[in-house]
Design a protein around this ligand. Structure first.
Ligand code: GDP
Length: 421
């Protein structure tokens, strides 16, 4: 099996975890390369649900797991997740790059204070401090995993950083703080002791082995949350597009197959533009049937029709070579399914999501209506040809519009509810 990149093509929550778990058996390693514990994947195996936020989704297939430097780590969350998996009988064969940055207590405080300050323009962050951790990384004020196993280095760094953080939080946001360097160093050195055995140079390992072994590269978030190519500023801090896999791990760029995961409809959590959003009972029905509530946040996700202009854009930017369509079962019972095929913008038709995000409010989706499949439950279907005729037509329509084959069809949350081409 050749190494492959798995990317979500919408606003996250496409079911990447489900697809990665289901196909990981064919790969040697699963590598998580971006995001923090604000990006949850849910994997369901034989009725048991595993919410994962940092451990790569290949863990339930007992794969070798790598966390690359592009991931930011909340150590207490990671350690709890490892313990949860070990208690469930899974071996966690994990290597974490020492260059990974650590989410610190002041990141969470800054996140909450900044969202409160933005008021109605808040991004919809979960106040987990992930964006602030990335900001410090870029500002050269971050704490890397390697520092947690060197108490003196950690102390020296924090002495300066804490003064500035305290001043910003108290003076700019008017929020009182009680950070103590002794408490923070002692807590984080404790995490360092527990994480030490996992630390290793992931960049070097992948570079040395990519010609001989197969790697499955796992993205967190989704294309439309990318800080540059997504719906800025309602986006996340780390790059999410497939080519970011190379610098996020520290390997040379090369051509790799890219599996684009697309939910059979569209959802987004939090604020920001959403051209095909359904604010009616069809949107409510999809939300209920699809359990569209955040894995980490439990917030209701906004639901809408499939958006082809967005997917044309996302497949182009990511160089998608095959598609995995998820949650097709959720559309069962809807009599008429709409698919947005283009946007009408000031008398012109746009085939792709616009580069200028400020044009979006004036983009009106143009829809094609397809017949739905009403009676059948499709979640036990094993072959594409056994799906209802209308479901097959829906998939073929997507393939034709995007000119990319659908290789996987997910018809239920369970690992085995997957049709492979
Ligand atoms: P990810 O971050 O892209 O991995 O997505 P999430 O895990 O946040 O959200 C996807 C949710 O849908 C999870 O609860 C999955 O268990 C569930 N799921 C994945 N694929 C399917 C599917 O084909 N059908 C149904 N009904 N649920 C699915």
């Amino acid at each position: 099996m050749r190494s492959s990149i798995v990317v979500g093509l919408q606003w996250g929550d496409e079911g990447k975890g489900k697809i990665i778990d289901a196909i990981a058996g064919s790969y040697d390693y699963v590598v998580r390369w971006n995001g923090g514990n604000n990006a949850g994947h849910t994997v369901v195996v034989e009725g048991k649900k595993f919410p994962l936020s940092l451990v790569p989704s290949g863990v339930l297939q007992r794969k070798k797991l790598l966390i690359a430097q592009g991931v930011v780590i909340n150590p207490s969350v990671l350690l709890a997740e490892i313990a949860m998996l070990q208690n469930a009988g899974y071996r966690v064969d994990l290597m974490i790059d020492p260059r990974c940055h650590i989410v610190m207590p002041y990141h969470k405080v800054m996140d909450a204070a900044n969202e409160a300050w933005k008021g109605k323009d808040a991004t919809g962050s979960l106040h987990l401090g992930i964006g602030y951790c990335y900001e410090d990384r870029n500002n050269r004020a971050g704490i890397r995993l390697e520092f947690l196993v060197r108490p003196n280095v950690l102390w020296d760094k924090l002495e300066k950083i804490l003064l500035l953080k305290k001043a910003i939080i108290e003076k700019a946001y008017g929020v009182q703080t009680d950070f103590s360097i002794e408490t923070i160093v002692s807590e984080y050195v404790g995490y360092g002791k527990k994480l030490q055995k996992y630390i290793g140079d992931v960049s070097s390992l992948v570079s040395r082995n990519i010609a001989r072994h197969s790697f499955l590269f796992e993205q967190a978030h989704g294309t439309m949350l990318d800080p540059v190519f997504g719906t800025y500023p309602y986006t996340v801090a780390p790059a999410t597009i497939s080519s970011a896999v190379f610098p996020s791990i520290g390997i040379a760029a090369r051509s790799l197959p890219v599996i684009g995961v697309v939910k059979a409809y569209t959802t987004r959590v939090g604020n920001g533009p959403f051209p095909t959003e359904l604010l009616d009972e069809t949107g409510d029905a999809i939300r209920q049937r699809g359990h569209e509530f955040g894995t980490v946040s439990k917030r209701p996700r906004r639901c809408g029709w499939l958006d082809i202009p967005m997917l044309r854009y996302a497949t182009r930017i990511n160089g998608v070579t095959s598609l995995a369509v998820t949650k097709l079962d959720v559309l069962t019972g809807i009599h008429k399914l709409k698919i947005c095929t283009g946007y009408r913008y000031r008398g012109k038709m746009l085939r792709e999501f616009p580069a200028e995000i400020s044009q979006l409010p004036d983009c009106k989706p143009v829809y094609e209506t397809l017949m739905g499949w009403v009676v059948e439950d499709i979640s036990d279907t094993k072959r594409r040809k056994d799906l209802p005729r209308q479901a097959r037509a829906y998939l073929s329509y997507i393939e034709k519009q995007l000119n990319i084959p659908v290789r996987y069809i997910s018809v239920g949350a369970e690992r085995k509810a997957l049709i492979k081409k």
